[in-house]
Design a protein around this ligand. Structure first.
Ligand SMILES: [Zn+2]
Length: 345
C-alpha cells in the first residue's frame, strides 16, 4: 500500500525532511495497520533528525513517536483490536522476555525501542505496529488531542506520579513550563492536590501556566529561583522538583529542594552536564531520579487519568503533513504551549 509520509533520507537540519510516498508493508503476525488521523512532535524528533550517536537507523526514516488513528487491517493472531477500532499508540516497544520486562519494567528493557526513533514513526498516512501498542482512544478527545499526549504524558506520569509519588498538600517546582512533559507534569501535580510553582522563559507561557493553576511563576533567566522558592515555602523548600531544563536550572533545583525531597528528570533542554554541589545533596538527603518513558502500568494509569478528564491534553497548533517542516520550526523556536500536532490524512 502506498502511503504519504514525512521522512528523512539523511540526517541534518529541517531541510532534510521530505514529504513523499513509500510502500508500507502488510501487517504480520500480531501486528495491525493503523490509519493515522493525528500525530505529534516531541523533542525526540529533533534529536532523530540530527542523528543520535549509537543509534543506527535505516534511511529513509519516517519521523514521529505519537499518533492515534483507526485500525485498517489486522495480521494473524491479533485478538485485542479489530478493524474499525479507534486507538492511540503506546510509542514504546520492549522485548517482553528479559528480566526487566518480566518484572514489568518495559522501559528498562535493554532492547527498548520508540516509534520514530528506532523504527519508522507516525508521520504517515498509515503505520504498521504490534497490536499490543494499541489502546482505546478516549472518546472525549479530539483526534489532535488523542494523537499528541502519549509520549509526554507517560514520561511525566512516570516521573512525578510513580517516582516522586506526588500527593495532596505537597509543593512542586516545575522548570520550563510550556514544553510537553513539564506542562503535563503540572497538570498531574495539580490533579493530585499539590501546589505548583513553575519557571519558564516567556511571559506568555508563565501567564498560561498561572491560568491553569500554578500559584507562583518565575522567569528562570532573571529570577533567583532558589531564593524565591525558599521565601514561598517558609524556608523549607519544595517536596518535588521536575527539572528537564538541565544545565540552566539544576543548581537552583538542588537549592530549592527541601530536606528529603526528590528531583526528577527525563532530560535537559539547555544542556546535559548538570552542576551538582554534592554538599547540598548529602546534607539535605536529596534524591535525584532519572527515567525514560514508563512501564505498562504507568501507561494504563496515565491513560485512565486522561480518559477521566483529570489530565487535559493541550494542543498548541495543528499542521497538515505537507507542512511538517513548519511544525518543526515551531518546536525548534520553543514557541509552543502544549503539543504541536500533524494531520496526515
Ligand atoms: Zn525486555
Amino acid at each position: 500500500m502506498r502511503v504519504k509520509s514525512a521522512r528523512i533520507h539523511a540526517h541534518g537540519g529541517l531541510d532534510q525532511i521530505v514529504v513523499d510516498e513509500f510502500d508500507l508493508r502488510e501487517p504480520g503476525a500480531g501486528e495491525v495497520r493503523v490509519g493515522v488521523r493525528a500525530a505529534a512532535l516531541n523533542h525526540l524528533d529533533l534529536f532523530v533528525l540530527a542523528g543520535i550517536p549509537g543509534i543506527d537507523m535505516p534511511l529513509p526514516h519516517v519521523l514521529g513517536a505519537d499518533g492515534a488513528g483507526v485500525v485498517e487491517a489486522v495480521g494473524p493472531d491479533v485478538t485485542n483490536v479489530a478493524v474499525g477500532d479507534e486507538v492511540i499508540l503506546n510509542p514504546g516497544l520492549s522485548c517482553g522476555t528479559c528480566p526487566n520486562c518480566m518484572a514489568g519494567e518495559q522501559s528498562m528493557c535493554p532492547r527498548y525501542e520508540i516509534f520514530g526513533e528506532h523504527l519508522d514513526g507516525t508521520f504517515a498516512q498509515a503505520i504498521v505496529v504490534p497490536s499490543i501498542n494499541c489502546h482505546p482512544k478516549p472518546e472525549r478527545l479530539s483526534w489532535e488531542q488523542a494523537g499528541s499526549f502519549a509520549l509526554a504524558t507517560l514520561t511525566a506520569w512516570r516521573m512525578i506520579a510513580t517516582n516522586a509519588g506526588v500527593g495532596p498538600g505537597q509543593t512542586v517546582l516545575i522548570h520550563g513550563v510550556g514544553g510537553g512533559v513539564s506542562l503535563v507534569a503540572m497538570q498531574i501535580a495539580l490533579a493530585a492536590g499539590a501546589e505548583v510553582f513553575v519557571t519558564g522563559h516567556s511571559e506568555e507561557k508563565l501567564k498560561r501556566a498561572a491560568d491553569l493553576g500554578a500559584t507562583r511563576c518565575w522567569d528562570y533567566r532573571s529570577a533567583n529561583i532558589a531564593r524565591e522558592v525558599r521565601s514561598a515555602t517558609d524556608k523549607v523548600g519544595v517536596d518535588i522538583v521536575v527539572d528537564n531544563v538541565g544545565e540552566a536550572t539544576f543548581a537552583d533545583s538542588i537549592k530549592a529542594c527541601r530536606k528529603g525531597g526528590v528531583i526528577v528528570t527525563c532530560g535537559g533542554t539547555t544542556g546535559p552536564k548538570l552542576p551538582v554541589d554534592v554538599r547540598y545533596l548529602f546534607w539535605n538527603h536529596i534524591r535525584i531520579m532519572g527515567s525514560t518513558m514508563g512501564n505498562e502500568v504507568d501507561f494504563q494509569r496515565m491513560l485512565a487519568a486522561v480518559s477521566s478528564g483529570a489530565i487535559e491534553p493541550v494542543v498548541d497548533s495543528v499542521f497538515e503533513l505537507e507542512d511538517t517542516v513548519k511544525a518543526f520550526e515551531r518546536l525548534q523556536a520553543a514557541e509552543q504551549f502544549g503539543k504541536v500536532a500533524v494531520r496526515p490524512s
